[in-house]
Structures are given as structure tokens and as C-alpha cells.
Design a binder for this molecule. Structure first.
Ligand code: SAM
Ligand code: SF4
Ligand code: SF4
Length: 357
């Protein structure tokens, strides 16, 4: 334990300036290029994480989307091609739990045919061991697995799931073995609930080749009763880690990367921090989101979406759809996290389980 070696000044904890993306054209009203697309393939999930889908609000009577309302794989693939033509270089499949959608590898296979795309998936990991090899064979590049605790009791309290930590760890191992690495592991930290799991998770994944990332608990949706007091800040998380594992900052891989990167000084690999609350990164936010039933959201905190499915199913041709998507992006001026306050909060909020992380 070398507590004194954590000497990174506060200024270094601020986000480093990111390099511009080369060759992109389409920019929003604040000059941000369209680079990433997150596709939520379902609003259903086999977990009931207390901070995302608390069981009392997402019980049996919850009106989940009907199958006919969600986009078919062929529809998603057609749109993905148009997004790629507009500058999107990275697609992340998310949910709900994306592996709850049947034959997801079929969709991955369709998306993998689009040239120049980095194809990734975020999952809670419970079903990953079963699907990792098929996803890789279909063309998936990498996975991010959410894991909020190493202790089984804490994990079950956070996720309210019927599986345990061992199942998620098995999924992580299967993903790495299938060639879906480096596996990123996301931990949402909530004050008083799992903050004692920060160091056990660092010890578990230090030197493993996987990249552990801490996420500040966010005020997404309207179900989780979020309070600022529940947030453990990136600065505090880093200080705790660095008390045992000295760290140094790394440059971002590309503009718009959400995680601030750090390296273990002893060569044990890297970790990431997603400081969406205390260090808003709206100015570099290059992400567009497609909901399961085909609405476009220009921000995680947007009050409503733009109905792309209506145009798609009305028979619009590719040129008309691309022009419409382009216009949505060009009008975008969201920066909720930079302004974060009751005054800027939309009256209606979308849920994380609907739009994805
Ligand atoms: N079910 C998949 C999973 O859990 O990985 C994908 C969807 S989930 C909505 C995507 C990510 O959002 C997860 O890493 C989850 O921990 C994170 N998340 C959900 N609610 C959050 C919140 N209120 N604040 C911060 N992160 C949150
Ligand atoms: Fe499900 Fe992911 Fe939300 Fe947890 S965070 S309830 S796993 S969608
Ligand atoms: Fe992007 Fe909206 Fe989050 Fe800001 S608040 S980083 S604009 S999604």
C-alpha cells in the first residue's frame, strides 16, 4: 500500500482535450460530429437493478413494448447503413438486456457487413457465456459487461437478479476466450450500497487484461429516486483506488470517448472513469441513440424522441430517411449534463432500460 504515490493534481482529473475526428462532415448545432450510435434492441431485462429498473416500478404489469412495435433486425440493419453513410463509425448494441432479444447474433451478422464499423455490445453478462462464441463468429468486436460488485450478497442487492456473480464472471471469461476482448467491465457506484466493492473489483481485474470502468450514478429516468448524495464522485473513486494502486492519466483514444483513462503504474493495465455527473462531457458528445421502437434520441436526458419508425414504415426511401436523420442531428443542441438542474430537466424522462447506457 503506497498511499503517498497518488500525486495527480486536481487539474489532471479534468478531462484532457480530445483530438478531432478526421474526415467527418455532419455536425450538430454545437459543432459536434456524429460518430457513435447506440441501438437499444429491447426494453426488457432479466435483472431489476435498483438504480435502473426497480421491481416495484417494473413489475408484471409494466407496459413493455409489443413485439410488432420494436424494429425488426432488417429495419435496424437498413438504418445502420444510413447512419454509417452519415459518419457513424461505432455502433453499440444495448437495451434493456440485449441478449434477451432472440438470435441477436443474426443482427450482429447483418451489421458486420457494413464496412468500417466498430461493433460492440453492453450486457449484464448473465447470458453471455451461452452466446459469446456465436456473437464473435457473427462479427462482434468487443463487449462491455456490467458488474457492480464482487460480493454475491451486494451484487444481488444491487441487481435484484436471479443469477449470481459467478454467472457474470463466467460470461466475462467466455467473452475473452471467444476473442471479444479487451472486455470492459462497468461498475455503477452508489453511496452506501456498493462503494465497498470498488477495491475488491480493482484487485480482481488488475493484471487481467480486462478494463474496469467506474460510472457515477446518474439521474436518468424517473424511477430510481436519484439524489446527489447517492453519487460517489470520480475524484473520490480515483483517490480510493490510487490509495492502493498508484495511477497515471492516459490520453483519450478518440474524441467523444466517455471514459477518462488511467493506467496502473505497476503495469497492471488500465481503468476508466465515467464522470457524467461531476465532470460533464457534453461538449464532446458524439452519440445518437435509437430506441427499440425506432425513435431517435439526441441525448440521454431528452424528454422525447424523433419518430424514425413512422417514416421507415411509411415507405420513405433511403435518401429521404438519411436527409431526415441528418436534419435531426444538425438541429441538436443538447447538453443536459453541463446544465444539470431542475430548471433544465425535461418534464418527461426516458428510462435507461429503454434507451440503453
Ligand atoms: N442491460 C445491459 C447492462 O446492464 O449492461 C445494458 C443496458 S444498461 C441500461 C447500460 C449501462 O447503464 C449499464 O452499465 C448500467 O449499469 C448503466 N446504468 C443504468 N442506470 C444507470 C444510472 N442511473 N446511472 C449510471 N449508469 C446507469
Ligand atoms: Fe437491466 Fe442493465 Fe438496467 Fe440492470 S442496468 S436493470 S441489467 S438494463
Ligand atoms: Fe451527451 Fe446528453 Fe449526456 Fe451531455 S447529457 S453527454 S449531450 S447524452
Amino acid at each position: 500500500m503506497k498511499q503517498t504515490e497518488f500525486r495527480v493534481p486536481l487539474s489532471a482529473l479534468l478531462r484532457p482535450t480530445a483530438p478531432p475526428v478526421a474526415g467527418e462532415a455532419l455536425r450538430d448545432a454545437l459543432g459536434r460530429p456524429l460518430h457513435d450510435l447506440r441501438i437499444s434492441v429491447t426494453d426488457r431485462c432479466n435483472f431489476r437493478c435498483t438504480y435502473c429498473m426497480p421491481r416495484d416500478k417494473f413489475g408484471r404489469e409494466h407496459p413493455f413494448l409489443a413485439h410488432d412495435d420494436i424494429l425488426r433486425y432488417e429495419e435496424i440493419a437498413r438504418l445502420a447503413r444510413l447512419f454509417a453513410g452519415l459518419g457513424v463509425r461505432k455502433i453499440r448494441l444495448t437495451g434493456g438486456e440485449p441478449l434477451m432479444r432472440r438470435h441477436l447474433d443474426r443482427l450482429v451478422g447483418m451489421l458486420a457487413q457494413i464496412p468500417g464499423l466498430d461493433l460492440t455490445l453492453t450486457t449484464n453478462g448473465a447470458l453471455l457465456a451461452r452466446h459469446a462464441a456465436a456473437l464473435r463468429a457473427a462479427g462482434l468486436n468487443r463487449v462491455t459487461v456490467s458488474l457492480d460488485a464482487l460480493d454475491d450478497a451486494v451484487f444481488r442487492r444491487m441487481s435484484d437478479a436471479h443469477c449470481g456473480v459467478a454467472d457474470v464472471l463466467e460470461g466475462i471469461d467466455a467473452a475473452a476466450a471467444a476473442g471479444l476482448g479487451p472486455v470492459k467491465i462497468n461498475m455503477v457506484v452508489r453511496r452506501g450500497l456498493n462503494e465497498d466493492q470498488i477495491l475488491p473489483l480493482v484487485r480482481r481485474f488488475h493484471g487481467s487484461g480486462h478494463i474496469l470502468r467506474f460510472i457515477e450514478y446518474m439521474d436518468v429516468g424517473a424511477s430510481n429516486g436519484w439524489r446527489l448524495d447517492d453519487v460517489v464522485s470520480a475524484r473520490e473513486i480515483l483517490a480510493r483506488v490510487a490509495g492502493e494502486f498508484p495511477l497515471e492519466p492516459l490520453d483519450p483514444n478518440y474524441r467523444g470517448e466517455v471514459a477518462e483513462r488511467w493506467r496502473f503504474r505497476d503495469g497492471g493495465g488500465e481503468l476508466g472513469i465515467i464522470a457524467s455527473v461531476t465532470q460533464a462531457f457534453c461538449r464532446d458528445c458524439t452519440r445518437l441513440r435509437l430506441s427499440p421502437e425506432g425513435k431517435l434520441f439526441t441525448c440521454l436526458f431528452a424528454g422525447s424522441g424523433h419518430d424514425l419508425r413512422a417514416r421507415l414504415r411509411d415507405g420513405a426511401d433511403d435518401a429521404a430517411l438519411a436527409a431526415w436523420i441528418g436534419a435531426v442531428w444538425q438541429a441538436r443542441n443538447d447538453r443536459y449534463s453541463e446544465l444539470r438542474s431542475a430548471a433544465h430537466a425535461p418534464a418527461q424522462r426516458i428510462e435507461m432500460s429503454y434507451i440503453g447506457g
